[in-house]
Design a binder for this molecule. Structure first.
Ligand code: HEC
Ligand code: HEC
Ligand code: HEC
Ligand code: HEC
Length: 224
């Protein structure tokens, strides 16, 4: 997905949170986030109740073509930490619809039922709107296979992405240590700080840098 946030972003900051475990009652637009700046080709991701008809997403007057992506059984086995998400609800009762939207530069409106999302494409965005960045492997122009860089996948099925193993394939430990100027082992859970899909902050960060460090270090004990 060309979004900046599937999991955190993608899956970040779009819709109001619902209770964990609650099935999605309605279609939920997971990506793109409202009032963000997008490239002219960006992903649209909708979480839907399993088995419901395809959601109708309109970009201006054109309809965005979506394909269905189910969660694999292995990813929703009961007891797994990853079985629910506040944005998706219970994966056993949810599925995703994903597609790519092509938009011309300027102000754009994306509609899903009565949800409307204002976006800006290209240069000269409204002041204060964050630019969505997408993690390169997610942006690869290969349909849903893009997801296979980290997720186990079958045709139309999305499996788990082991959070710690999927990053080391492309970012080795030495690079991680050099980049962060920090011993590597405490940083092994990359998704604690980076959204692997994309984000509205530079470097795919999920929060302000200082806040990320204070999760383990008391204020003041940081390299700054
Ligand atoms: C660079 C690695 C990477 C790529 C590429 C990637 N993901 Fe993920 N994704 C992850 C990780 C890591 C998690 C967290 C795994 C977990 O919690 O089990 C995750 C979680 C998710 C979740 C669950 C989020 C939640 O809030 O529960 C969804 C849905 C998802 N990915 C969809 C996708 C889709 C669709 C694609 C392709 C368009 C994709 N991902 C590509 C790494 C990736
Ligand atoms: C399939 C290969 C691949 C995998 C797997 C992968 N990445 Fe990346 N990642 C890249 C490439 C390519 C870039 C862009 C070049 C670079 O900065 O190294 C990148 C860049 C990044 C950046 C910098 C983004 C920016 O805006 O500067 C972060 C942060 C990152 N990856 C985190 C992760 C995390 C966290 C995971 C695991 C969930 C992960 N990556 C898994 C290929 C990958
Ligand atoms: C405690 C939070 C934290 C964790 C955990 C973390 N990072 Fe980072 N990462 C950062 C911050 C902050 C930056 C921005 C650079 C800086 O300010 O030091 C960054 C930058 C990066 C970059 C961009 C380098 C560049 O400038 O192009 C990559 C790639 C990256 N991290 C990969 C990873 C991978 C892979 C993991 C897991 C092995 C990981 N990070 C774990 C906080 C974290
Ligand atoms: C997941 C917990 C965790 C997070 C988040 C974290 N650290 Fe650390 N940090 C550690 C641990 C554990 C050590 C001690 C490692 C050792 O001595 O083997 C450490 C050591 C350090 C040190 C001592 C020097 C060194 O490199 O060994 C500095 C400075 C530091 N961290 C800064 C930061 C900064 C800046 C951030 C945010 C980008 C950050 N830490 C985020 C766990 C964390």
């Amino acid at each position: 997905m060309r979004y900046g946030t599937l999991a955190a972003l993608m899956l970040a900051g779009m819709a109001a949170p619902i209770a964990v475990c609650a099935p999605p009652e309605v279609y939920r637009l997971l990506y793109p986030p409202a009032r963000s700046v997008q490239k002219n080709l960006f992903d649209v991701i909708v979480a839907a109740p399993r088995g419901s008809p395809p959601p109708k997403v309109m970009l201006g007057t054109g309809q965005v073509r979506l394909t269905r992506l189910r969660f694999s059984e292995s990813w929703i086995s009961p007891g797994l930490l990853t079985a629910t998400s506040d944005r998706i609800g219970d994966r056993e009762r949810a599925e995703l619809w994903i597609g790519a939207a092509r938009a011309s530069p300027g102000a754009q409106r994306l509609r899903l039922g009565d949800q409307t999302v204002a976006l800006h494409v290209g240069p000269k965005p409204p002041k204060g709107w964050p630019v969505a960045s997408v993690h390169p492997p997610v942006a690869a122009p290969k349909g849903e296979l893009r997801c296979a860089g980290c997720h186990a996948m079958g045709p139309g099925v999305l499996g788990a992405a082991p959070p710690d193993r999927s990053c080391g394939k492309c970012h080795d430990e030495i690079a991680v240590q050099t980049i962060h100027k920090h011993v590597a082992p405490p940083l092994a859970r990359c998704a604690m700080c980076h959204d692997p899909h994309g984000a509205l902050r530079p470097k795919l960060l999920t929060d302000a840098r200082e806040k990320l460090c204070t999760r383990c270090h008391a204020g003041g004990h940081s390299k700054g």
